[in-house]
Write a protein that binds this ligand. Structure first.
Ligand code: FAD
Length: 479
């Protein structure tokens, strides 16, 4: 009848309850097992404690450099469970982390000692084809969304690796293969269902709590736990996409061509460039186009990119959108070690290109990459103050993604990404993409929110005055 209570009793094995729960409050005082048992018994979902067999898998996230030990992992089944978790955490003054897809590079979905609200049982996606809207629960991945929308010939603009969580990605802005035509992911949200810091449930839209609606579109996880999103979807079924790969010694020429070509490219075309190492160990530069409009027009529009130079491989072809969306998954395997740095640049001039190519050529791991992403289009047609996501005017984002597997090499690869980022600072616009931030200084976080920081701080004070939601790109409450 009360399975959670029974499990807890077995787990104790006669040890002193106060010292065995692993759950401590913000002052370091242990929470009694009885209190946890009572909380667990009231949930439709479940809790995972340090002594449970699946505790280690529950505290594992995509980035293996993050090794934290939460006191309790709560897996809600629905909004009522999320409210119960927030209420329990408030009563006991617990540190709280919120986990969507577990893909935050800095591991912001995990904490030590406190409580993790892990939404991985809440992955439902409901498509209303007639209104072209999609309701998505807060623990869904991008792949979950694409799988359902594709059935109806629709797509929501999200990111480029299918296991990423829709929640963290959307709240931080969200860029992907449809960004130039349909904007950032946050630009496509029609409504949020939110549990706020007081444990209250709110529907947030342009007409209900419009200030929160503004803040949630780019303000990160600062304002509450989103239990579901309603997105606008677009008719996108088949896209023209794939990798065009050149030898690395062509990188300077390929990037210059890519830059000039994208300046006049139609908005149906989003294309990234990446300096990477091929699976058989050759340093290379790839251009990755994704055309989301009419196929015949797309063949014509993408042809010059394919004809430039002497590519070693051209895999561009029509494909179902979910295939494009998961094409890069293997390059970002779960359990690798990662450290990412990125910056928007004022302009991708020749000096900037030469600097980033120089650092790519000194890459310390074959799994690492330097990525150049061009966003200008629908996203930059929205004003920086219209949503919390302010970084709309700089056209190119440059990412240094260090990835490796051996913990003994952490310092080497981290140092490479840092040095490359430092070298790009003369070209930086001073803006950063929230979603790609590793652990950063408060100044960098502030710069990522840009001109919207002060308004966000006011709203943080209004909706989360005690900074209950602190494990995110944290906005300090306005005095
Ligand atoms: P989690 O680690 O689960 O959560 C991260 C933070 O988001 C939490 O601290 C919390 O503050 C908040 N959060 C999560 N769920 C909720 C919720 N339901 N309610 C409220 N707050 C919540 N970004 C892009 O924009 N485009 C990309 O193409 C892209 N590709 C990526 C590829 C990989 C391999 C990885 C690792 C990351 C990528 N990102 C991309 C960055 C990604 O969007 C962010 O790291 C984002 O935070 C991941 O969201 P998540 O839900 O998986 O993260």
């Amino acid at each position: 009848m009360r399975p959670a209570r029974k499990k807890g009793a077995e787990r104790k094995n006669g040890e002193h309850a106060m010292s065995t729960t692993g759950l401590v409050n913000r002052s370091g005082i242990a929470i009694a097992a009885d209190a946890i048992d009572a909380f667990a018994a009231g949930l439709a979902g479940r809790v995972i404690r340090p002594a449970d067999a699946d505790y280690d898998s529950a505290r594992r996230i995509w980035n293996a450099t993050i090794d934290r030990h939460p006191g309790l992992v709560v897996r809600p089944l629905g909004t009522a469970d999320v409210i119960a978790a927030v209420t329990f955490a408030r009563q006991h003054d617990l540190l709280v982390a919120v986990r969507g897809g577990g893909h935050n590079v800095a591991g912001r979905g995990l904490c030590d000692g406190g409580l993790v609200v892990d939404l991985s049982l809440m992955r439902g996606v409901l498509v209303d084809a007639a209104s072209r809207t999609v309701r998505v629960q807060g623990g869904a991945t991008l792949g979950d969304v694409d799988r359902e929308t594709h059935l109806h010939g629709l797509a929501v603009p999200t990111g480029v690796v299918s296991r990423t969580g829709i929640a963290g990605l959307t709240l931080g802005g969200g860029v992907g293969w449809l960004v130039r035509k349909h904007g950032f992911t946050c630009d496509n949200v029609l409504a949020f269902e939110l549990v706020d810091a007081s444990g209250e449930h709110r529907t947030v839209s342009a007409t209900e709590h419009p200030d929160l609606f503004w803040a949630l579109r780019g303000g990160g996880g600062n304002f509450g736990i989103v239990t579901s999103f309603t997105f606008e979807a677009h008719p996108v079924k088949t896209v023209l996409g794939g990798l065009i790969v050149h030898a690395r010694d062509q990188a300077g020429a390929v990037l210059r061509y890519y830059r000039d070509f994208m300046k006049t490219a139609p908005l149906e075309l989003t294309a990234y460039a990446a300096l990477l190492t091929t699976p058989d160990g050759h340093p290379a530069v790839a251009v990755i186009p994704c055309w989301c409009g009419d196929m015949a027009e797309g063949e014509r529009a993408v042809a010059p990119l394919r004809q430039f130079g002497s590519p070693l491989m051209d895999a561009v072809q029509p494909m179902p959108f979910p295939v494009m969306q998961s094409m890069l998954d293997d390059a970002f395997q779960d359990g690798t070690r990662n450290y990412w740095k990125s910056t928007f640049v004022k302009a991708l001039d020749d000096d900037a290109i030469d600097t980033l190519v120089g650092h790519a050529n000194r890459m310390t791991s074959p799994l690492s990459a330097v990525v150049v992403e061009f966003y200008a289009g629908a996203a930059s047609a929205v004003g920086p103050a219209e949503t919390a996501f302010a970084q709309r005017q700089a056209e190119y984002d440059i990412g240094f993604m260090a990835q490796w597997t051996d913990p003994a090499e952490d310092a080497t690869h981290t140092a490479w990404a840092r040095a490359a980022w430092d070298a790009m600072q003369p070209f930086s616009s001073g803006g950063f993409l929230l979603n790609f931030l590793s652990e950063e200084s408060p100044d960098v976080i502030r710069a990522a929110f840009g001109s919207n920081y002060d308004r966000l701080a006011e709203l943080k004070r209004k909706y989360d005055p005690t900074n209950f939601f602190s494990l995110n790109q944290n906005i300090k409450t306005a005095a």
